[in-house]
Design a protein around this ligand. Sequence first.
Ligand SMILES: NC(=O)c1ccc[n+]([C@@H]2O[C@H](COP(=O)([O-])OP(=O)(O)OC[C@H]3O[C@@H](n4cnc5c(N)ncnc54)[C@H](O)[C@@H]3O)[C@@H](O)[C@H]2O)c1
Length: 288
Amino acid sequence: MQIRQLRENQASALQDKAGATRNDQQSQSLGLAIVTGAGSGIGAAIALQLAQDGYALGIIDLREAAAKEVAAVIQGRGGLASASAADVSNSIELGQAIDACVRSMGPLEVMVNNAGVLDGYFDVHDMDETIWRRVIDVNLTSVFIGSKKALEHMLPQSRGAIINMASVAGLNGTGGGAAYIAAKHGVVGITRQMAVRYGAMGIRVNSVCPGAIPTALREHSQAILGPDVPDMSQRGVAVNDDQVRALVPMGKRGDVSDIAQAVSFLASPAASYIQGHALVVDGGWRAK
Ligand SMILES: NC(=O)c1ccc[n+]([C@@H]2O[C@H](COP(=O)([O-])OP(=O)(O)OC[C@H]3O[C@@H](n4cnc5c(N)ncnc54)[C@H](O)[C@@H]3O)[C@@H](O)[C@H]2O)c1
């Protein structure tokens, strides 16, 4: 599909009248995009951007109320969206949520495995094994689970794009503690393996590596991991403007929309020959 036609479809999807039936909306849609961790921050921005692009949106998050809020914004703009509560590290919960989205809004064209948590910035010698396992489960095993379920729908149609949220911490030895860095390196790795394996089957698989983006990631990670992690508000990198200026050649944090635009591009026909790529969006941090 040409970009101009894509844009026309996007515009018509947004112009849906409030009273349009689901089928009316679906026929104007580019199909279904599912975003995990879409109740907040980067995931919410991705969901809003993909809805603007013309996709129906499956919003999945641990925090159901947050997922519903994002779905309501999309619906308020005339788009098609549903909200589901699921823990991405639980294959039954995530699988059921994905299947339900596909049943009501499929075919599944785009799967964005975005949900993640920080790890308290523990080094190996002081990290508790339970935290290690939880962080690997939420950040990495979730990508395996989400991709496996997405492929169940995409392989039979020989079409689809999977986009996995890594991090600069998926390429560098900084930007998180040991578990977060290991998990994000794993996300880049599983992305490459899937890109090689499924490229000839019509499935494109890429990852995005954000730098410092202001979101509630520290607060949410703190709440999700509970009292076993220390106060993260001042731990790690890029906790204040001076640190950001020292770290990032462009001297500033990015915005969630920078990441949403990158995902929108990777999902689009404009990226039809991009496969297994780790797209760094970091103001130059990684270039140093
Ligand atoms: N903010 C940054 O600077 C930055 C940089 C690099 C990578 N990232 C990655 O971007 C992704 C999004 O993070 P964000 O910054 O938007 O944070 P965020 O906390 O604003 O959003 C993450 C969302 O994921 C959800 N979530 C967490 N664990 C979950 C689980 N087990 N099941 C389902 N949902 C779960 C949270 O409820 C939250 O809504 C993460 O993978 C993060 O590692 C963020």
